[in-house]
Ligand binder design. Sequence first.
Ligand SMILES: CC(=O)N[C@H]1[C@@H](OP(=O)(O)OP(=O)(O)OC[C@H]2O[C@@H](n3ccc(=O)[nH]c3=O)[C@H](O)[C@@H]2O)O[C@H](CO)[C@@H](O)[C@@H]1O
Ligand SMILES: C=C(OP(=O)(O)O)C(=O)O
Length: 434
Amino acid sequence: MASFEVIGGNKLQGDIYPQGAKNEALQVLCAVLLTSEPVTITNVPNIRDVNKLIELIRDLGVSVEQQAPDTYTFRAENINLDYLDTEQFVEQGRAIRGSVMIVGPMLARYGKAKMPKPGGDKIGRRRLDTHFIGFEKLGAKFNYDTQDSFYSVTADNLRGSYILLDEASVTGTANLVMAAVMAEGTTTIYNAACEPYVQQLCRMLNRMGAKISGVGSNLLTIEGVEKLHGTEHAMLPDMIEIGSFIGLAGMTGSEITIKNCRIPELGLIPDTFQNLGIKMEFRGDDIYIPAQDKYEVATYIDGSILNVSDHTWPGLTPDLLSVALVVATQAKGTVLIHQKMFESRLFFVDKLIDMGAQIILCDPHRATIIGLNKQIPLRGIRMASPDIRAGVALLIAALSAEGRSVIDNVEQIDRGYQNIDGRLNALGAQIRRI
Ligand SMILES: CC(=O)N[C@H]1[C@@H](OP(=O)(O)OP(=O)(O)OC[C@H]2O[C@@H](n3ccc(=O)[nH]c3=O)[C@H](O)[C@@H]2O)O[C@H](CO)[C@@H](O)[C@@H]1O
Ligand SMILES: C=C(OP(=O)(O)O)C(=O)O
């Protein structure tokens, strides 16, 4: 397991380019299974989870040609269905969350799919009922093997249906859209997730010949077509990475310009950090964050305490609450962080408390942060990264802290942030991989 040694207290300066979005990549890579024609995807991030999914689909029979560091052409012409029965597939499926999204396309194109319980962050219960209830609505037969936690579905032919999701699951919506695009007749998915990742997937599928309307809303209508074609797709920048860089700039008092952000696609992310007191300017499509010695949390009109909480899109993504929390530790003011979706994502606050932050963990979902107003810096300590977003939040904490920190288990951070040490060191950070 690798670690980061971080010498904190440096102010960073310069331009940084966000990578392509991890969670979009996981969706669109699965969608290449829907056609035998070539699909070229650009702005693909070079991160662990994405590379693992590319490896999985390649082993499944997809031809993969890397045209440039961030550009790949995929062709799913000769899929080896027997691969689904191999130990290697089970291992690969268990390693990442995104692997679950091969089920929809495999079911649509080959009438069968299997999947071990997928991996991803251990941040609380992560059920998959929404996916499989939806596949059943489309006419699939579903089996769950409790012995080895294996999900399987088969279908002679899928038929369009009305599907009211029991929750607006991001990967669930993507999976069902991909299953429905070639089903017979019309599918309506209500209470659909509409994160930019899902919107991008739908746009790509429409370019491939699918007929999906309602993109960007929670009501998707999909008219089944017989066949999909190849396409080219450019991925959006990673909005979670952009939010993480905004938080990093505020917390370390750095002057940073985040380039090519696709600002209209960021939803409430900039507002959230502005509410925490971080100033920013939109310069064209760049976000400029000036060096700020201090920042002060906003209060509501009636003077009550700021509450930063997650919600399905267009609400604030849960994936940025750990960063918002760490930023609040050095703000002037008090903030309530309310992580509604996941019950094990706030436990990393014990490390911040060890660093000197003032936090009351009210229950697994809520933490009250009493900002230190940068009067007392956090102190460097040794800690481990429990999940991808807590990992980057701890890295931000360590970069702002006085002295040396060591962050263990940085493979968690590497799952979603491309060469993060190299890119931040180029701005003046001191991070060493040990
Ligand atoms: C690979 C990928 O894309 N992962 C993202 C995806 O995971 P994933 O698609 O696995 O997450 P889901 O959207 O299915 O659900 C996330 C959690 O929120 C709960 N829930 C969800 C919807 C809802 O209306 N009410 C509710 O309580 C679920 O029970 C679950 O615990 O979406 C999550 C929620 O944005 C993000 O944290 C993950 O980074
Ligand atoms: C929870 C996340 O990822 P995954 O769903 O892949 O575990 C995340 O990206 O914050």
